[in-house]
Ligand binder design. Structure first.
Ligand code: NAP
Length: 241
């Protein structure tokens, strides 16, 4: 699909990668951008094409209202996500795993369900922002990995369901990105613009582009490593306690 003239909806649009998607969409000539934000006053977009929408993806009524408002959407970017930086077996906060599932898995699922009818009607694409950690467990944030892995499998299911309805479904699997979420991660980190460009290039490479978008050398290396010697990659990540 072409970004120019698209009508997009971005969740978590007020900062980080989400704000980067909004800026990138505007720069590439999107016709309208719905900017879903928990606090719709949190970000000011100096462009009349931006429509701020109050949206907490864990609130089904707000998700339904957002989908009803954006009935003309041709591109849904499920970007909202959290990372509580918690282990699986010995977490400091045992509730973190559930919170991550609520946002990263159930919130994304709810958005896919709510927007599927409009996307089917209008044609277009659905993008789920996942992580390379959907493919491998990093023990220091094991519950985040589990939530992203669940979201990856769900994305594959949505892709299969919508394939015959003219809707392309992308899974985006980047390494660390330079945002608030990864403030304390060591470098290297991807620039937000690099991630946004990779997603738009994948969307515009249609037909024939990959539907699983690995962004950056680290993520590409992990994907290649898993294909070649899965046990070796799992062992390498398991060492990061
Ligand atoms: N940063 C990385 O290293 C990295 C790597 C791989 C994948 N990702 C993924 O990329 C996406 C964007 O992350 P980021 O780096 O931009 O993180 P970020 O800077 O922490 O921003 C997260 C965004 O998600 C929103 N959000 C959180 N919970 C929400 C909810 N319940 N409902 C609606 N919005 C909610 C936040 O809104 P508030 O401002 O209201 O909190 C914020 O806009 C996430 O899915 C993340 O998992 C990030």
């Amino acid at each position: 699909m072409r970004i120019e003239d698209s009508i997009a909806f971005v969740s978590g649009a007020n900062r980080g990668v989400g704000a980067g998607f909004v800026a990138g969409l505007l720069a590439r000539g999107a016709r309208k951008v719905y900017a879903g934000m928990r606090d719709a006053d949190a970000a000011r977009f100096d462009d009349p094409r931006v429509v701020p929408v109050p949206l907490d993806v864990t609130a089904p009524a707000q998700v339904a209202q957002a989908a009803a408002l954006a009935g003309d959407v041709t591109l849904l970017i499920n970007n909202a996500g959290i990372n509580r930086l918690e282990r699986v077996a010995g977490p400091r906060d045992p509730g973190a795993a559930r919170a991550e599932m609520e946002v990263n898995y159930f919130g994304t699922l709810e958005m896919c369900r709510a927007f599927a009818p409009a996307l089917t009607r209008n044609g277009g694409a659905l993008v789920n922002m996942l992580s390379i950690l959907a493919r491998v467990a990093l023990p220091s944030m094991g519950s985040l990995c589990a939530s992203k892995a669940a979201a990856l499998r769900m994305t594959e299911g949505v892709r299969a369901e919508l394939a015959g309805r003219g809707v392309r479904v992308l899974a985006v699997l980047p390494g660390a990105i330079d945002t608030d979420m990864s403030r304390d991660f060591p470098p290297p980190k991807l620039a937000v613009a690099e991630v946004v460009d990779a997603v738009f290039s994948a969307l515009e490479a249609d037909p024939g582009g990959a539907d699983d978008v690995y962004v950056g050398a680290m993520a590409e290396g992990v994907a290649a490593g898993l294909a070649a010697d899965r046990a070796a990659v799992l062992a390498q990540f398991a060492a990061y306690l």
